[in-house]
Ligand binder design. Structure first.
Ligand SMILES: Cc1cc2nc3c(=O)[nH]c(=O)nc-3n(C[C@H](O)[C@H](O)[C@H](O)COP(=O)(O)OP(=O)(O)OC[C@H]3O[C@@H](n4cnc5c(N)ncnc54)[C@H](O)[C@@H]3O)c2cc1C
Ligand SMILES: O=P(O)(O)OC[C@H](O)CO
Length: 611
């Protein structure tokens, strides 16, 4: 089903001229999850995303679908319980994306260790129980020190006590977003990338009835009308909430930056995803994950106040991660020059989330000073010396100062929150990518109620656990066999098995649509047939508008296939220039944007500084 640059133009026209039931601001995983469910329920749904879909946090994660076993240590059992159960759900609705891949958790006997051999078994048993993991192929087990070193001989052996192995899933975060977006489009949703909400529109009762929007490609501004508006802008959530001019605006978000570095697997070899304490007693745990023939590792967790659209990797971030990796894998001796690619993203943490709280509650501790303030003001109120408003003012002040006892970023709960502002603006923020479906289901229950109560609409809820994403028409219990089946359509039409499998793994059941281009699409100059049909499909059906969209988010070329990137990038640019009929200035600008993105990814500036 066409979902192209032309569709984008048509959808912008529709957004200007039709009143929606629901407008979603933000096209990361949270917005995409709301869009697929709302559109499937027959709710007239629009979504605007100011960048490319998934260009925010949802393409910059650790690329896992996981329950966060470390959150058990801060007793965030609710987050773990919700997210670990969601792993299997996401794998069922998007079988070609999350892949089960048991995590190895080496245990070191050192101060501040998150787990020891006893507690890791307890945690893994709880983790499996919460997720109802019963398949002996995936239930957890422990390893002796010798067994751990047999698996990962580069690991430091001093103080190593053994390890735990438990099920988690590797993921392609940006692919999960675009497959939700495409399905929402297939369901009748009206979605457009590079459209930014720049203002809220209110009726005479100061209720939000739409947004002022800006086409970021043309600069043209226009209005979009909707009965309900939901803010799913992740780290940007406060910026949207501020648009309604709330006089007593209190920030809700506490964005923290996390970075990842990618090296060749020959430099750092792990047979499976591996997860261990940083060793710095900072509450951090670090992932090391194999991907294609690379290994990536991360992540940091530092409060961030910079440019949300361009979080960058700093020398300090690199030093921190390389220090940890070279301590844990002493023979690897990874240096900055070994880094082939990288990425930086912002967690949309809820500031008031205490370390053991979920859904935006606030079990954070307040200081004695604030506690005394509350007691005094209530005492004065009881003696009719102050008004109720005076009490409310103090309580509001204390609530916002909950971040007084600012938790270490890694102790802040990864829970989500769904809030309604006085003008009716909904905000769905926080959480993890893993529980996007559940977060969206919660929001849809509220949206459906509003549409019923205020607009007399009756939409039958869908079981989102059984709502496959685009490309997800695959037996979740028989993924490899189904992928092989699809790949055969490629080899039957002359593709190599490797190329056919790569397309089938990336596009799932949509691989059939990609292979149907064979015979219609020639191999473009500088590209082989497989890359040419993959690119054409992405241009026609994934609203791919730029080379960066294709090489960074729709495929893994920039992050995990760096060896062949230089061979194909000119072919991609030339084919897109032909497809879009770019003039030379546009082609030059897109070429420069790609070069800038690749230079940022491979840390050229830091490497030059170190010369
Ligand atoms: C380093 C790191 C590692 C992580 N690892 C994992 C992991 O492995 N597994 C996991 O489950 N979770 C992980 N997470 C968490 C997960 O990535 C996030 O919870 C999730 O991606 C947030 O998605 P979102 O849609 O809420 O936000 P985003 O993906 O940021 O989407 C918000 C979108 O809103 C758009 N936007 C902003 N303002 C406007 C506007 N005015 N108009 C229109 N659009 C606008 C932005 O461009 C953006 O695309 C990680 C996060 C980080 C930072
Ligand atoms: O938010 P953290 O600290 O659990 O880190 C995110 C991980 O890298 C994957 O979820």
């Amino acid at each position: 089903m066409t979902f192209s640059a032309t569709t984008r133009q048509q959808n912008i026209e529709r957004l200007q001229n039709e009143t929606l039931d629901l407008l979603i601001i933000g096209g990361g995983i949270t917005g995409a999850g709301v869009a697929i469910q709302a559109s499937a329920m027959g709710i007239k749904t629009g979504l605007i995303e100011m960048q490319d879909f998934a260009e925010g946090t949802s393409s910059r994660s650790t690329k896992l679908v996981h329950g966060g076993i470390r959150y058990l240590k801060t007793f965030d059992v609710e987050v773990v319980s919700d997210t670990v159960k969601e792993r299997a759900v996401v794998q069922h609705i998007a079988p070609h994306i999350p892949t089960p891949d048991p995590m190895l958790l080496p245990i070191y006997d050192e101060p501040g260790a998150t787990f020891d051999m006893f507690s890791v078994k307890v945690a893994m048993d709880l983790y499996d129980k919460l997720a109802n993991v019963t398949d002996p192929k995936f239930t957890n087990y422990t390893l002796s020190k010798k067994e751990v070193l047999q698996r990962e001989p580069q690991l430091r052996s001093e103080n190593l006590k053994g390890g735990g192995v438990y099920l988690d899933f590797r993921n392609n975060d940006a692919r999960l977003v675009i497959e939700n977006i495409k399905k929402a489009h297939e369901n009748g949703g009206v979605l457009a990338s590079h459209v930014k909400a720049i203002g809220l529109i209110h009726d005479d009762n100061n209720q939000v009835i739409g947004v002022k929007a800006k086409d970021m490609k043309t600069g043209k501004t226009f209005s979009i009308r909707a009965h309900i508006v939901i803010n799913t802008t992740g780290p940007w959530s406060d910026q949207i909430r501020k648009l309604n001019g709330e006089s007593e605006f209190k920030p809700q978000m506490r964005p923290t930056k996390g970075i990842h570095l990618v090296v060749d697997a020959k430099k750092l070899t792990v047979p499976q995803p591996t997860y261990f304490d940083s060793g710095d007693q900072d509450g951090r745990m670090i992932f090391v994950v194999p991907r294609e023939n690379k290994t990536y590792f991360g992540t940091t967790d530092t409060d961030y106040h910079g440019d949300f659209q361009h979080p960058t990797v700093t020398q300090e971030d690199v030093d921190y991660l390389l220090g940890i990796i070279n301590n844990r894998f002493p023979s690897a001796r990874i240096t900055l020059d070994d880094v082939e690619s990288s990425w930086a993203g912002l967690r949309p943490l809820i500031a008031s989330n205490g370390s053991s709280d979920y859904n935006g509650g606030n079990s954070g501790k307040i200081t004695d000073k604030s506690f005394k303030k509350v007691i005094d003001i209530v005492d004065q109120y009881e003696n009719q010396k102050v008004s109720r408003e005076d009490v409310e003012a103090v309580l509001k002040d204390v609530e916002s100062s909950l971040s007084e006892g600012k938790l270490n970023p890694s102790s802040v709960s990864r829970g989500s929150s769904l809030t309604i502002a006085p003008d009716g603006l909904l905000t769905l923020a926080g959480g993890k990518l893993t529980d996007y479906r559940k977060m969206a289901a919660g929001a849809l229950a509220l949206i459906n109620k509003f549409l019923h109560d205020k607009f007399d609409q009756n939409h039958i809820p869908v079981d989102s656990k059984k709502l496959p994403v685009s490309g997800g028409d695959i037996d979740p219990n028989n993924v490899e066999a189904t992928i092989d089946f699809y790949a055969k359509q490629g080899t039957d039409n002359g593709l190599s098995k490797k190329d056919a499998l790569q397309i089938a793994h990336l596009y799932g059941s949509n691989a059939a649509r990609v292979f149907s281009l064979i015979g219609k699409v020639e191999a473009a100059p500088g590209l082989n047939l497989a890359e040419s049909i993959s690119l054409r499909y992405s241009l026609d059906e994934e609203m791919t508008l730029t080379p960066v969209d294709y090489l960074l988010r729709r495929t893994n070329h920039i992050l995990f296939m760096r060896d062949t990137l230089d061979d194909i990038k000119d072919g991609v640019i030339n084919e897109m220039a032909r497809y879009f009929n770019w003039d030379s200035a546009t082609k030059q600008a897109e070429t420069e944007k790609l070069a800038k993105t690749v230079a940022e990814s491979d840390l050229t500036a830091l490497k030059n500084n170190n010369k």
